[in-house]
Design a protein. Structure first.
Ligand code: F6R
Length: 611
């Protein structure tokens, strides 16, 4: 998704802006641009494609100036070409503006501005904001931005600079992230904390409909009427090394290997001395003792990989806490009429906490007075701020577009939530809760064991890399992992991969099985083991080559499958945390064998802030 960086201070802006854009590359983008205030005139340079294209162009010109903006664009309105790249300028080219998000009423604003004589050079909604702000500019850039915002419908983070106001950046947001960086001698802004931590840890998340004015070493925030306001100011406590590759070839591989530590962090401090689960985070919202006891229905709402962790949570909440759960894709949930009331718990899951559809679903649930809990990885994210309560997954920054450690930590956080519900509602005995938690605490070491098979899984990946169609099948908690395995593979290797409930194969998908086609089967020991082995037999009888993910010690599975990867034995509901790991590695090594861009797959963005 688009990235924004801005700097004003004593140093040359261009190297800082370019380095910031590089840090934001992981968000996914298809063009990049910069604007530098070069003493009385703005220079804007922008290029389609990767940052290297922009750098090549900038190598030809000297752009001096101590105030600048940069942007990486992930196309929404208009194709990813040079004119559509940001920054965009106003009618007199006095100001340059970058934008993340979508302006829904851009067509009517454009018509209005065109009627007033403005001409446009791009297909973007962003250029309309630049012209609108320019048309309202009467000597005060911040006042022009404040006047423009009420005219905009949609979601946006914008940053703008004007050569008539040297050394000043003005920024604003509505439903899209924008973070300010404070320093004594300089001020920065970015769509993502990762863009700031090389310069400062003192950051301030701007809130909706706030306008910030940045000068070197001075930031002022106001509301739309110009009254003093404050964003959410905090200190970033993670290290820049955490946002770098740490010796791994790709962020994805690094993040796969970080899972034992991440899961450990997710579990830390969630119990008291007696071993009871304590989720103080929930106290501010749906209070454990009161509201949670009266919850009669749970909705879990999320997108993509987070949706799959929500599917896993359904099994845990229903089994342990005895409450009915529906899991739904956020973009579908928000456009139907789910029956919600104050006794409904809506669990929204989002690694980034900025996914537009998930935010909208949470908003919808809050409007119906349901209790909304956010399970997210990003402190201070929009979802965290809007929910009644937040359960942080504590996975650390996830940079690779393909989500791995966010997924396993989400499952663990959701399992803790399920046990907490069970504890508070007395659906489980205290010693049962303690036993389940103890088994969860063993998970990090068990993930390490699975990671120990990396070389064998890489070999299997080479065996399978030539296939052009993969199927993943599973039952019960194996089903979400089948779906996640298929999603991971298609995301980063561009191979066609589908996940199915194993018993559904014979109702249609089995027609796709051809001689030698790989089928990955989630076949760990549990109450559906004999069922899945029958399903494996059905696909093998039709020529599939089967890779089974099975429980250590299960020698019988060898009679059913061609290849087996073993994971240690755990509680049936906890298998997803282990079984997904070989599938992450399989996808990674297949993508690597096919020469794909593992960390930044084509067409994908890390944070999907548009509908
Ligand atoms: C897949 C992936 C996406 C995200 C989805 C939701 O690897 O990363 O499917 O899971 O875009 O993102 P969050 O969790 O940030 O809401």
């Amino acid at each position: 998704m688009c990235g924004i960086i801005g700097y004003t201070g004593p140093d040359q802006a261009l190297p800082i802006v370019l380095a910031g854009l590089q840090t934001l590359e992981y968000r996914g983008y298809d063009s990049a641009g910069v604007a530098i205030d070069g003493h009385g005139a703005l220079a804007v340079v922008k290029r389609a494609g990767k940052l290297a294209n922009l750098r090549a162009e900038l190598d030809q010109i000297q752009l001096a100036g101590t105030c600048g903006l940069g942007h990486t664009r992930w196309a929404t309105h208009g194709e990813p070409n040079d004119p559509n790249s940001h920054p965009h300028v106003d009618a007199g080219s006095s100001l340059a503006l970058v934008h993340n998000g979508i302006i829904e009423n851009h067509a009517e604003l454009k018509a209005e501005l065109a009627a007033a004589g403005h001409t446009f050079t791009s297909d973007t909604d962003t250029e309309v904001i630049a012209h609108l702000v320019g048309s309202l500019h009467d000597g005060d850039l911040a006042a022009a931005v404040r006047a423009a915002l009420p005219r905009l419908t949609g979601q946006f983070a914008v940053a703008v600079m004007d050569h008539r106001d040297p050394g000043t950046l003005v920024a604003a947001r509505r439903n899209a992230p924008l973070v300010l960086g404070h320093r004594d001698d300089a001020s920065l802004l970015s769509s993502d904390v990762a863009g700031l931590i090389a310069h400062t840890r003192d950051v301030e998340a701007l809130l909706d409909d706030q306008v910030a004015v940045l000068a070197p070493g001075a930031v002022t925030v106001t509301d739309l009427d110009g009254n003093p306001a404050q964003g959410h100011r905090y200190t970033v406590d993670w290290d820049i090394a955490a946002a770098e590759k740490g010796g791994y070839e790709h962020f994805m591989l690094k993040e796969i290997h970080e899972q034992p530590a991440a899961v450990r962090d997710t579990l830390i401090g969630r119990t008291d001395a007696e071993g009871r689960i304590v989720l103080d985070e929930l106290r501010g919202g749906p209070d454990a003792a009161q509201d949670l006891r009266h919850v009669d229905k749970v909705y879990v709402v999320a997108c993509g990989t987070s949706y799959h962790s929500g599917m896993v949570a359904k099994y845990a909440i229903e089994h342990w806490a005895g409450i009915g759960v529906e899991v739904e894709i956020a973009s579908e949930f928000r456009y139907r009429d789910p029956i919600l009331n104050p006794h409904t718990l809506v669990v929204t899951i989002s690694q980034s906490g900025e996914t537009a559809d998930t935010l909208a679903a949470a908003e919808h649930a809050l409007a119906q007075r349901a209790k909304v809990v956010a399970v997210t990885n990003v402190v201070g994210s929009s979802l965290a701020r809007m929910a009644d309560a937040v359960l942080y997954t504590r996975a650390g920054p996830e940079i690779a577009v393909a989500s791995t450690k966010a997924f396993t930590t989400q499952i663990v956080a959701l399992d803790v939530l399920a046990l907490y519900l069970a504890q508070e509602r007395r659906a489980l005995f205290p010693d049962e809760c303690r036993d389940h938690l103890a088994r969860m605490e063993a998970l990090p070491a068990l993930i390490e064991q699975v990671l120990g098979q990396e070389a064998a899984i890489a070999d299997l990946a080479h065996t399978f890399a030539g296939a052009d169609y993969f199927m993943f099948i599973g039952r019960h908690v194996g089903l979400p992992i089948a779906l996640e395995g298929a999603l991971k593979l298609k995301e980063i290797s561009y191979l066609h991969a589908e996940g199915f409930p194993a018993a559904e194969m014979k109702h249609g998908p089995i027609a796709l099985i051809g001689a030698g086609g790989p089928v990955v089967a989630l076949a760990t020991r549990g109450h559906v083991w004999s069922k899945i082995t029958s399903n494996i037999a059905e696909v093998k009888a039709r020529g599939a080559v089967v890779l089974a993910i099975a429980t250590e010690g299960d020698t019988e599975i060898k009679a059913h499958a061609d290849h087996v990867v073993y994971v240690p034995e755990v509680l049936e509901l906890l298998y997803p945390v282990l079984t997904v790991v070989p599938l992450q590695l399989l996808s990674y090594y297949i993508a690597l064998a096919l020469g794909c861009d593992v960390d930044q797959p084509r067409n994908l963005a890390k944070t999907v802030t548009v509908e």
